[in-house]
Design a protein around this ligand. Structure first.
Ligand SMILES: Cc1cc2nc3c(=O)[nH]c(=O)nc-3n(C[C@H](O)[C@H](O)[C@H](O)COP(=O)(O)OP(=O)(O)OC[C@H]3O[C@@H](n4cnc5c(N)ncnc54)[C@H](O)[C@@H]3O)c2cc1C
Length: 403
């Protein structure tokens, strides 16, 4: 049996080693278009590779995927985060689960992950052909013919696993569309917000640990730490929002109003009673010197100025109007978003081969027998935290069964 894996990234390597392990007599070859193997693994997680996530509860885990979560829920029953950890650790890669549940190699170097995958492929006898970009796949009876353009002769294969990663443009998926697969238009996911007109940028570097950000006129929400940057806003709350809202935000051309709830409390009555409590107990203090919800000092002063409340005013001089102003700025502080910036630590593509074209029990195409998919080429993507690699390992593992 001749097996081709198209793409030498995380999903391609994992699919290849499992295909060879499950079918030791098969010829298994990875065809990689560039000269570099596992290039994204190398740069991942700022060079440290956030290889998976410490979450082991599948009911929670699948929610980290704005697209593909439902299908992955079933796939995780076959290969999930503890399996990933076990797989690497049993091959000598020591891993550490950080406080935020991100899992990294103890070496803090992505090269450790690359070495492990390369070694495994080598031990098992997986062939690797770099500089072999596949341009077409043609059905020839039960077999599949890979076309490489003028550079290399076409090759007939019995089974093919497509693991070509995310394509930023629809045109990059046309060769798969030509076989009958449905395509979800690709748009970027995991980005930060540009706010060119907002003075809050002068507070760059400030982090608010528990913020809630929503997009006016939509149901989109993202919570978690929010980081103010010199171009606008970033941090997990914004990244989550950008992932779940990838398609809607693209349709809005990344121009919208972000409503920031600095205290992550949607019940305004509760916020008001918290502020009244301050008036009752700290009423003699000036606003500048007593911060509600332990907000960072510079941010608190900024918010007071934005609400036209003098820093020197005393808490007990606020009155009903003043307190209401504060409730509004703390829970519904509006900023204009104009454009996005790529999050350099990690970005992925929303869209790709539509999941309705794939049988998730095997990862086999529903329209082209003997063709399988693994990784980001599919319409699957996760938020930051090692989830994207986990989906590559899970789908690569299943595709490698060649079932
Ligand atoms: C800067 C950055 C940091 C990241 N950090 C993390 C992280 O720490 N944790 C995490 O979970 N996720 C991270 N991600 C996301 C993660 O890297 C991807 O989701 C993951 O690499 C997808 O794996 P893949 O094998 O499907 O695709 P890829 O890694 O993109 O691999 C696809 C391969 O296929 C090749 N290829 C494409 N077309 C063809 C063709 N026609 N013929 C032959 N070969 C082809 C490509 O050259 C490439 O080598 C990061 C992404 C970026 C950009």
């Amino acid at each position: 049996m001749k097996v081709a894996i198209i793409g030498g990234g995380a999903a391609g390597f994992f699919a290849a080693v499992h295909a060879k392990k499950n079918h030791p007599t098969a010829d298994v070859t990875i065809f990689e278009k560039s000269k570099k193997l596992l290039a994204k693994v190398k740069i991942s997680g700022g060079g440290r590779c956030n290889v998976t996530n410490g979450c082991t509860d599948i009911k929670v885990l699948h929610k980290a995927y704005p697209r593909g979560g439902k299908k992955l829920k079933r796939a995780f029953r076959t290969f999930s985060t503890p399996d990933t950890m076990e797989w690497f650790e049993s091959r000598g890669v020591r891993l550490v689960i950080q406080e935020d549940n991100c899992v990294f190699p103890v070496s803090q170097s992505s090269q450790t992950i690359i070495d492990c995958l390369m070694m495994e492929a080598n031990i098992l006898g997986v062939e690797i052909e770099d500089s072999h970009g596949v341009k077409t796949i043609k059905r020839v009876g039960e077999q599949l013919e890979l076309g490489f353009g003028a550079k290399h002769p076409a090759k007939l294969m019995d089974k093919v696993i497509v693991a070509t990663g995310g394509s930023p443009k629809r045109s990059g998926l046309e060769w798969l569309e030509a076989l009958g697969h449905k395509i979800a238009d690709p748009v970027p996911s995991l980005f930060t917000f540009n706010m060119p007109d907002e003075p809050i940028k002068k507070l760059m570097g400030i982090v608010v640990e528990k913020a809630l950000v929503s997009i006016q006129g939509t149901k989109l929400k993202g919570d978690g730490p929010l980081l103010i940057t010199h171009w606008g806003m970033s941090g997990p709350a914004i990244l989550k929002l950008s992932a779940f809202g990838a398609r809607i935000l693209s349709e809005m051309n990344y121009e919208c109003k972000a409503q920031v709830n600095w205290v992550n409390e949607v019940n305004n009555e509760l916020v008001l009673s918290e502020l009244k409590q301050i008036v009752a107990t700290q009423g003699n203090k000036i606003l500048a010197n007593y911060r509600p919800y332990l907000l960072p000092e510079r941010l608190w002063h900024f918010l007071l100025e934005k609400s036209d409340l003098p820093l020197k005013k005393r808490w007990n001089e606020l009155g009903k109007k003043g307190l209401n102003k504060l409730v509004t700025i703390l829970t519904n502080d509006v900023y204009s978003v104009r454009g996005k910036t790529t999050f350099k630590e990690e970005f992925v593509t929303c869209g790709g081969v539509s999941l309705e074209s794939i049988d998730f029990k095997t990862m086999q195409s529903r329209v082209c027998p003997n063709l399988y998919f693994a990784g980001e080429v599919m319409d699957i993507d996760g938020i930051t935290g090692g989830y994207n690699f986990q989906s590559a390992w899970t789908t690569g593992f299943i595709a490698g069964q060649l079932g």
